[in-house]
Design a protein around this ligand. Structure first.
Ligand SMILES: Cc1cc2nc3c(=O)[nH]c(=O)nc-3n(C[C@H](O)[C@H](O)[C@H](O)COP(=O)(O)OP(=O)(O)OC[C@H]3O[C@@H](n4cnc5c(N)ncnc54)[C@H](O)[C@@H]3O)c2cc1C
Length: 423
């Protein structure tokens, strides 16, 4: 094994999972997170059946399910003409036949706690990566960081065998590596706000979309509140503010009638945030000594709720390909290219579907038409075979990689053997 650790930059779902997998495989890894904790208000919290099965294989699923979460059995469109089930997970032949909705912070805390049981793992929170160290051959050989923690550690450097940029859609690592990213055509922004959940609310609306002419709201449930995203045209937040919060209240009263009693709690735009949606991809995920994964390599829009799934699957492919290599030494550029080659077809498929959805949303807005699947498609979507296929495709994503547990837990110093379980 190379003497230098892998630096994983970014403690989102992709980076945290990869750091756990590497640590478990006996590969030395330092996880850098610029923030002091893993709290995320403006992120998706959905764990798909793929992710739950993966956690189960890692022996973590039962522990994850002890954390507060909700189980969404379906992803549905509510329209004035009825309900369309886009994905009914309950029929999937798995113990995890639902999407678990759980604050990202809980899952990530657990992953880093478990990673910390392996000797090669180091976590640096409040530490922002601000530069790359490059060797005379042009290979990335480390990171420069600024420790903003209470100890005021100042700036430092870490020599690495590999830098993995898992630092999200506005990736610093991507910019430092001079890897350009191209937008593929999002047309929507979201006005994001919370309203309280009441006991009489539908118990099964945790992932649902409520559609009206040219608009929709997406719901994300938790035990005591709803996070709600109202789709608006990209760049339309200022105009929406000018139109006033009454427009949002009216949409809720008309299209989500069971929220009508609370629509008035949204009194001001200061209670909302703008969530700018993007779909974007880099042409190349790597350069010598450096790899991008997750949103840093491909920004996934909230459509389909599968950004976490894609970041998790990137981490799995990275571990499958690179663990054996890292045990021997530094990965070559060709090894990094293998990770990219495994993941690009799936990402391209997901993003192409998102771009199609964005275009049809834009058309619906222009024509003030219902922002939902067209009427002629509804009988087809209702066919059991189509339901099963769409549930499966949403639950696992295209070309889902299977974690090579045998490689991960193969005999390497410390691999697969936590030093001791802390409580
Ligand atoms: C409004 C909205 C709603 C969404 N809803 C869903 C949903 O319901 N389901 C779903 O699956 N996906 C959803 N997504 C997408 C999903 O949140 C992302 O695809 C996913 O979080 C990407 O994971 P990641 O690990 O690649 O990066 P991120 O989760 O973005 O994590 C990156 C991490 O890197 C850290 N970081 C950044 N720069 C540095 C640096 N220089 N040094 C150190 N650390 C750094 C950040 O603090 C952050 O913790 C949504 C996205 C948006 C914008």
């Amino acid at each position: 094994m190379s003497g230098e650790p892998v630096a994983v930059v970014g403690g989102g779902p992709g980076g945290a999972l990869l750091a756990y997998l590497l640590a478990r495989a006996g590969v030395a890894v330092t996880l850098f997170e610029s923030r002091s904790d893993f709290e995320r208000e403006y992120r998706g919290d959905s764990l798909h059946p793929y992710t739950m099965e993966l956690l189960d294989r890692l022996g973590l699923a039962d522990e994850v399910l002890e954390l507060p979460h909700r189980k969404a059995a379906a992803f549905r469109f509510h329209t004035p003409h009825g309900v369309i089930t886009a994905a009914g997970y309950a029929r999937l032949p798995t113990r995890f036949n639902y999407v678990a909705i759980m604050p990202q912070a809980l899952l990530i805390d657990l992953l880093v706690r478990r990673a910390g049981e392996y000797p090669g793992f180091r976590l640096r929170t409040s530490t922002k990566v601000i530069g790359l160290l490059t060797g005379p051959d042009g290979r990335v050989r480390g990171v420069r960081y600024r420790d903003g923690g209470a100890g005021g550690g100042g700036e430092g450097e870490l020599a690495t065998s590999l830098v993995v940029g898992a630092d999200g859609r506005h990736s610093t690592v991507r910019r430092l590596a001079d890897i350009p990213i191209t937008s593929l055509g999002a047309t929507t922004d979201l006005i994001w706000f919370r309203l309280p959940r009441r006991p009489q609310d539908p118990p099964d609306a945790d992932l649902d979309l409520y559609c009206g002419p040219g608009r929709y709201v997406g719901m994300l449930g938790s035990d005591d509140h709803w996070r709600i995203g109202l789709g608006i045209p990209r760049g339309g937040y200022a105009a929406a503010r000018q139109a006033g919060v009454g427009v949002v209240q009216d949409f809720l009263r008309t299209h989500v009638p069971w929220l009508a009693d609370r629509a008035g709690l949204l009194t001001d735009f200061t209670q909302t945030s703008l969530l700018s949606v993007d779909i974007a991809a880099v042409a190349r995920w790597h350069r010598p000594g450096l790899l991008l994964i997750g949103d840093a390599a491909h920004v996934i829009s909230p459509v389909g709720g599968n950004g976490i799934l894609m970041a998790v699957q990137d981490a799995v492919s990275t571990a499958n390909v690179l663990v054996p290599v890292l045990r021997r030494g530094e990965p070559a550029d060709a090894d990094l290219a293998r990770v990219e080659a495994q993941r690009v077809p799936a990402i391209a498929e997901v993003q192409a579907a998102q771009v199609r959805t964005e275009r049809s949303l834009a058309r619906a807005r222009e024509r003030n038409r219902l922002a939902a699947p067209p009427r002629f498609l509804r009988p087809i979507l209702a066919l059991p075979v189509v339901q099963r296929r769409s549930a499966r495709s949403n639950a696992y994503g295209p070309r889902a990689p299977e974690l090579d547990l045998a490689v991960l837990d193969a005999s390497a110093p410390g691999a697969g053997q936590p030093a001791a379980r802390r409580g």
